[in-house]
Every structure is written in structure tokens, then in C-alpha cells.
Design a protein around this ligand. Sequence first.
Ligand code: ATP
Length: 322
Amino acid sequence: MDNVNVVVVRDLRKTYGGRTVVDGLDLDVGAGEIVGLIGANGAGKTTTVECIQGLRRPDAGTLRVFGLDPVNEGERLRCLVGSQLQSSGLPDRLRVGEALHLFAGRHDDDLLEEFGLSDRRRSAFGSLSGGERQRLFLVLALVNRPRLVILDELTQGLDPSARRSVWAAIDQLRAEGTAVLLVTHELEDAERLCDRVVAMRAGRVLDAGSPAELVDRHGAWATMRFSMPAGAMGAVTPECLRRLPGVGEVSWDGAKVILRGERAAIAHVCAALVSADWVPPDLSVQVPSLEDALVDLLERTSADDTPATDYVVHLETIGANR
Ligand code: ATP
């Protein structure tokens, strides 16, 4: 299945009651590729994956999953695609083992074990904690060994250890050649897992690339911190630091210098320090995370109907809740 175009979306448009919520979207997912769809609330992510799942009929554009039309050939795709259910997806009284039978017609002890649910086999769905439900939805999405897995808010509600085992399971899917389409607000998940991230707003793609490419394009700044005792200053005065190429702000916190600028400034600052014979023992360099970079992207890009600040506030809320 290598190099197969698992999902191909071209110029997808979807309108609800005359309001366009997906507006000319292109998206590709290859075999063994993990692609993350990220964007503000209402950006059109769920609508896009619902079209890919054949749950919604696009108003325009082409959409193929394993070369098939998900709306008209959905039956043939059923055994190839696994989707994560939303929390209202199962009746409270259904037991974990029964849910597996319902979805796959069999138990899968390995998957239950892998997701830490072996001893919950006889438990009713309604008695599971939020994190256990989330893990069960993952087991159900994977139980038929699909070739494409569509996951929505993969690690929501998981404790740090469960989150790591879910990451490991997704890495394993990639190694087996399974394609994964991930809708998420958790940019740490996207940064850790995705080969490619597609940033959406108002139904359109703002930018797409690997997490590292997006960080390079939209988070090109860095913050450096290092101690600078008065005796060590020599030729490296604050004015001299400010004049170095790419350096933006220079501030002092006691004997510590905090310097912000373009990433290229790192090399110039280090060179200036070394030539002044001062090698700070505590030099640290902080470069933007994917979240920092995408907040920057969304702050800089204006849209008529979705103010960028909505997304910034949303990301800050997520950060606070993490
Ligand atoms: P979130 O991050 O909040 O889940 P999203 O990016 O997944 O958002 P969608 O759920 O695709 O966004 O919604 C896109 C827009 O379409 C929203 O403004 C939403 O209110 C609207 N919408 C979604 N489903 C329907 C529907 N069935 N009828 C009318 N409008 C809808």
C-alpha cells in the first residue's frame, strides 16, 4: 500500500443554508502518513472529515478515499476506514466486550491490553471514566485493522501516561502503513505525531507543512537567556548586542540578559560572546513550539468572519487546561 493516495480532496466546498463553511479545500493523505487538521472553532475541520467519511455530501469538488467516492461507494469503504466515535456514541449499559463484538464481531485482547482496558472488559460503558471511554473509542476505531483511521481529539481527557501509550500506538500505525487523519486542538499531539499539519481558518487552508516547516515559516524568532556579570561585559555592551543582525529586544533581569530576535541572531550573539571571551555557563535558547508558531500565523492573518484573537484565546485556554 506504499505511496498510495489514501485521501485526495480537491476544491471541496460545503455550504449550510447558504453559508459556506468549507471553501475550496485541497487535502491529501498518503499511506503511512499522519496528517493533522488544526484550526479555530468553526474552521470547518469536522465538516471536512465528515465529507471524507461519507457522512455529508459536498456541494462541489472531488473527494476520493482509496480511489472511491465516500458518498456513493461508502459500503466498500467500511472495512478500510476506522473512525473514532464521539462521547454520545454508545449506550451506557453496553459492556466493553459487547462493544467490541458489535463493532468487530470478536474480542481483541491485544488491543484492550495495549490501551489498558483488559480488566474493564465486563464494565458497562456508562461506568467508565472519561479517559477510559476515550481509550475504548480508539480501540473501536482500530479493531478492524483499517487502512485509514480518522481521529477527533485523540488524547482529550487522557492522563499523561495514557497519552504516551496512545502516541506509541499511532506511531505503530504509521509503521504498519496505516494512514491517520487527526482533527485536533492539541498542538503538542500534532507536533509529536504528524508528518504534515494543515492549518485551516474559515473553511480554507492557511498553510500546510511538516511541524518543523510551519515552525520555521511562522515562528522564526528565538529567545536567549544568559548571565552577564559586569566584569565579563567587556566589549559586549547592551548597545553592541542590540546592533547585532536579527536582534530585536534586549532586556536585563539582574545579571541576566534576555534577548529576543530572529533565529539567525543566535549565531551572531554566540559569536560576539565568544570573541569577547565570555562563555556563559547558563546560556539557554528557546525556539517557538508549533503552538507558538500557529498563534503567530493566526494573529497575522486576518479573516472577515473569524477574528484571529478568538484562536489565540482558545489556544491559551487549552494551554491553561493542559
Ligand atoms: P470545532 O473546532 O469547534 O469542532 P470545526 O472546525 O470542526 O470546529 P465545523 O464543525 O466543521 O468546524 O463547523 C464549521 C461551521 O459550520 C460552524 O460555523 C458550524 O456552526 C457550522 N455547521 C456545522 N454543522 C452544521 C450543520 N449541520 N448545519 C448548519 N451549520 C453547521
